[in-house]
Design a protein around this ligand. Structure first.
Ligand code: G
Ligand code: G
Ligand code: MN
Ligand code: NA
Length: 241
């Protein structure tokens, strides 16, 4: 009950702020996109993941996700032409049809939906159908490939435009042949299906260089920029272009 009150108070208080983290092409260094990420009050004590987990626990997960989506859509007008804006959504939210309604109404250009999966999907065929319908409004990215439930079926059946590798692969990429081998296989797979591959959590120039050498298309991480308030993100994007 305490948790429910806390989440409700946060939602009622319109306390969700959307930040943007730039995504860069590794070869040219140019910014190609931003990921919209939710930020909450008292961030030092409770990170975004804790808020999303709490909301999910008390049945407000979809409401919080859609609050973040609406907030993100309010910020995408500021994104320069030619740069995509990525929004996170779970299968539940996608299958509810609400996301499609909101995107249809917003009519925003150059959107990407990052499918973030933390639970097993009961009705995969229904998810796949809704994803097909969403492609009229956005490109599709699979988030955190290789972790949780973002498994093979997603890669095979959803025909994604973008794949995002979990930062587990980026960390220690210099010293670990297994991480390099999986990344190389991901590069091959992505390109065979006509998708772009993103390495997440790039913090050092060395990690960036290894990922580029392996053929990874795009990178996201503190080396390029942290998740930034929208005005700072736009300054970053315009400065790099
Ligand atoms: O932004 P990062 O700092 O800490 O976010 C942690 C996690 O919180 C992300 O990996 C993601 O799962 C979740 N998250 C952050 N922002 C959003 C959002 O806008 N929508 C959804 N659905 N999840 C988000
Ligand atoms: O949606 P997703 O789970 O991919 O959210 C991205 C997460 O990764 C966010 O929590 C964001 O703050 C985090 N992140 C982005 N870049 C870096 C980085 O370079 N290092 C680390 N440790 N985390 C990062
Ligand atoms: Mn994401
Ligand atoms: Na991710």
């Amino acid at each position: 009950r305490e948790t429910r009150k806390r989440v409700e108070a946060m939602l009622d208080g319109h306390a969700v702020t959307m930040f943007q983290q730039p995504i860069h092409a590794l070869a040219s260094g140019q910014a190609v996109g931003v990921e919209c990420l939710a930020r909450f009050p008292d961030l030092n004590k409770r990170g975004p993941q804790a808020w999303f987990d709490d909301a999910e626990k008390v049945g407000l997960g979809m409401e919080l996700e859609m609050t973040a989506v609406r907030g993100a859509l309010e910020t995408v007008g500021a994104v320069p032409d030619g740069i995509y804006a990525a929004i996170n959504a779970s299968p539940d939210t996608i299958m509810s049809g609400t996301l499609r309604e909101v995107l249809e109404e917003a009519g925003a250009k150059n959107l990407v939906i990052e499918i973030t999966e933390h639970q097993q999907v009961e009705d995969f065929a229904a998810l796949a159908r809704e994803i097909e319908a969403l492609k009229a409004f956005a490109r599709i990215a699979i988030d955190d490939v290789g972790t949780g439930y973002s498994g093979l079926r997603h890669l095979i059946e959803l025909q994604p435009d973008i794949l995002k590798m979990d930062m587990l692969l980026t960390r220690d990429i210099d010293s670990d042949p297994a991480r390099r081998a999986i990344t190389a296989a991901m590069v091959q797979f992505s390109h065979d299906i006509g998708a772009k591959l993103v390495a997440e959590g790039i913090e050092t120039e060395y990690e960036r260089a290894v990922m580029q050498d392996l053929g990874v298309d795009y990178g996201q991480g503190y080396l390029f920029a942290r998740p930034l308030p929208v005005v700072a993100a736009q300054q970053h994007l315009l400065g790099m272009k």
